[in-house]
Design a protein around this ligand. Structure first.
Ligand SMILES: NC(=O)c1ccc[n+]([C@@H]2O[C@H](COP(=O)([O-])OP(=O)(O)OC[C@H]3O[C@@H](n4cnc5c(N)ncnc54)[C@H](O)[C@@H]3O)[C@@H](O)[C@H]2O)c1
Length: 346
């Protein structure tokens, strides 16, 4: 199969491309490269790259494509709140346009990297895909809208599969350190302290990055009657944030490194939700299995543990990087905003 991976130069995207290649699939990446080409260096001679904006996909990106894994767009609450217009255009509208273009061209299978944050606000309970969601934030609202638009386009000639991914942990050559487990490891190494906002009592569904990639590949390969037009949660387990902090400090202590646990004020965006992977297990026999502890071990062996100041670079924090790019562009007018600047460049 030849798979178009939008956002293939991103945190999950790179790992998904590696996993697709391992199964013998061909890969073309479509990405506007917010984080540059460096994360793709090890794949450079194995993948095709189209540098473009998902809001304006060139025809050439679709040539010979059999299936799409769609990950491009703003990928967290802070960046979505920072530029809600760009977020809506990228996450909701562009997802539908891409889907309709695939449908028109006979590209049927289409996995979508949605988010379990859609369950936030439902209160107590462990929710499945039938829960009456009512997302609150700009990011989760845009993901929910994209899901609705994909399901409207579904039919015999178009087979979207929506994957509501839990918060991801683990290593990628395009590293994110703004996701809870990865953040805790960074804080422990860099500051010797982990910060538990509001005491860290809130719940989150978590999943390893390799399991997310695996879920996409399984859903790209599965028979249509098992997955087409379906929504699946992709979750290893639900954790309270303070449990995750304890797993990180415990793992570090085995290495002879100490980090303290500090309480901090409740954050402005306070997410608290749980969900279950049961449907994915029952329908296609896939249960995410990489544990937080295993993933922490791998991260610790891959990060520059002896030079932790490297981890403070803004490129590992989506909102810090986005605001920095905007500032650079503003200082160097007459360039347009970073949200526009690479559109129509292929
Ligand atoms: N990482 C998580 O914990 C998580 C959890 C749930 C859902 N998701 C979703 O999974 C997807 C991938 O997330 P990630 O963590 O890899 O994020 P990421 O920010 O690392 O990667 C996103 C990639 O998409 C590209 N991109 C962004 N906007 C684009 C546009 N308009 N046109 C073309 N390319 C664009 C970026 O350059 C980047 O390479 C996102 O849709 C995100 O919302 C992520």
């Amino acid at each position: 199969m030849k798979v178009l991976v939008t956002g293939g130069a991103g945190y999950i995207g790179v790992v998904l491309c590696e996993r697709l290649l391992k199964s013998g699939h061909n890969v073309r990446i479509l990405d506007r490269l917010y984080w540059g080409r460096a994360p793709l260096k090890h794949l450079a001679d194995q993948v095709e790259l189209v540098q473009a904006d998902v809001r304006d996909v060139p025809d050439a990106a679709f040539a010979d494509i059999d299936a799409v894994a769609h990950l491009a767009g703003l990928s967290n609450d802070p960046t979505a709140e920072y530029n809600p217009t760009a977020n809506w255009e990228m996450n909701a509208i562009a997802t539908e346009s891409l889907a309709l273009e695939c449908k028109r061209r006979g590209i049927r299978r289409f996995t979508f990297g949605s988010s379990a944050s859609i369950y936030d606000g439902l209160g107590e309970g462990v929710f499945d895909e039938n829960a009456p969601v009512d997302p609150r934030g700009a990011y989760s609202r845009s993901k929910h809208e994209a899901e609705a638009r994909l399901l409207r386009a579904a039919g015999p000639d178009f087979e979207p599969v929506i994957l509501r991914q839990g918060t991801v942990y683990g290593f990628s050559t395009r590293l994110r350190l703004d996701l809870v487990v990865n953040t805790f490891i960074k804080d422990a190494l860099l500051r010797g302290a982990l910060y538990l906002h509001g005491g860290g009592w809130m719940w989150r569904p978590l999943v390893d990055i390799n399991d997310v990639a695996e879920a996409h590949v399984r859903c790209l390969e599965a028979p249509a009657d098992a997955v087409a037009g379906q929504i699946f949660n992709v979750v290893h387990d639900n954790f309270q944030i303070r449990q995750l902090a304890m797993l990180v400090t415990g793992s570090l202590s085995i290495m002879g490194r100490q980090a303290s646990l500090e309480t901090a004020p409740v954050p402005a965006i306070n997410r608290d939700y749980r969900c279950t992977n049961r449907k994915l297990t029952e329908r296609i026999g896939f249960t995410p299995s990489v544990t937080v502890l295993e993933s922490i071990e791998k991260l610790l062996s891959s990060l520059p543990v002896s030079e932790p100041t490297l981890l403070a670079h803004p490129r590992y924090y989506n909102i810090a990087w986005m605001t920095l790019l905007d500032e650079i562009v503003e200082e160097h007018s007459p360039f347009t905003s970073v949200w526009e600047s690479t559109r129509r460049t292929t």
